[in-house]
Design a protein around this ligand. Structure first.
Ligand code: ZN
Length: 178
C-alpha cells in the first residue's frame, strides 16, 4: 500500500497546518471586515483586503454532506467516511475531513452536530508523524447550544454525562487508528 502523502503547504495555508500539528482548530479572519474564510487565501472575497490574522475557532458545526468510500478489496483498503461540515463560527464555511464514526456512515444525518477532533497518523515515505482533522459527533449538542439546564432536566443531564462517558470510551481518543 502506498504511503499517505505528506502535505505541502503554501504560504497561505502553512499556519493552518501548523495549528493542526498543535491540535488547534483555527480560521483565517480578514483584518479589515473580520469575515472568516477557509481554505486559506490571500485576498478577502468580501472586501478585497489582503491583510488577515489567524484566530482560534470553536471547531463546532453540523454535517452538511458526506461520502462513504469503499476502496478496492484487492488493494486491502477499508471503507472510510469523509464529511463536509458547516461551521457554527460562520455558516458559509464548509470544512471537509475524515469522520470518527462507523466506517459505513451509520448514524450520520444532515444537521448532526459535530466537533473538530484530531488524529495522529504516519505520512510520507519516511513515516513522519502528522496530525489531521477528524470530525467527531458532538456531545448531543448540549455544549454547542449552551442552553441553561433547568432543574426539571436533571434526568437528561445525567443521561448526557453517561453517554459522554460511553462516547469517550468508544472513541478511545488517541488510539492511533488510521
Ligand atoms: Zn474582508
Amino acid at each position: 500500500m502506498s504511503a499517505r502523502p505528506y502535505p505541502v503547504p503554501d504560504p497561505d495555508s502553512a499556519p493552518w497546518w501548523e495549528a493542526l500539528q498543535r491540535r488547534e482548530f483555527v480560521l483565517q479572519a480578514c483584518a479589515s471586515c473580520q469575515r472568516l474564510r477557509w481554505p486559506a487565501r490571500a485576498i478577502c472575497n468580501d472586501c478585497g483586503s489582503d491583510r488577515w490574522t489567524w484566530a482560534p475557532a470553536s471547531g463546532r458545526g453540523a454535517i452538511a454532506s458526506w461520502t462513504v468510500t469503499h476502496p478496492s478489496r484487492t488493494a486491502g483498503g477499508r471503507p472510510f467516511v469523509v464529511v463536509l461540515v458547516r461551521l457554527d463560527d460562520q455558516d458559509d464555511i464548509l470544512v471537509p475531513g475524515h469522520y470518527d464514526g462507523p466506517p459505513d456512515g451509520a448514524g450520520l444525518a444532515i444537521g448532526l452536530p459535530v466537533e473538530a477532533g484530531f488524529e495522529d497518523v504516519e505520512a510520507g515515505d519516511d513515516g513522519r508523524r502528522l496530525v489531521l482533522l477528524r470530525w467527531r459527533r458532538a456531545a448531543q449538542g448540549v455544549e454547542r447550544r449552551a442552553q441553561p439546564v433547568r432543574s426539571s432536566d436533571t434526568r437528561s443531564r445525567a443521561s448526557w454525562s453517561s453517554s459522554m462517558c460511553t462516547m469517550i470510551s468508544r472513541l478511545g481518543w488517541s488510539s492511533g487508528r488510521s
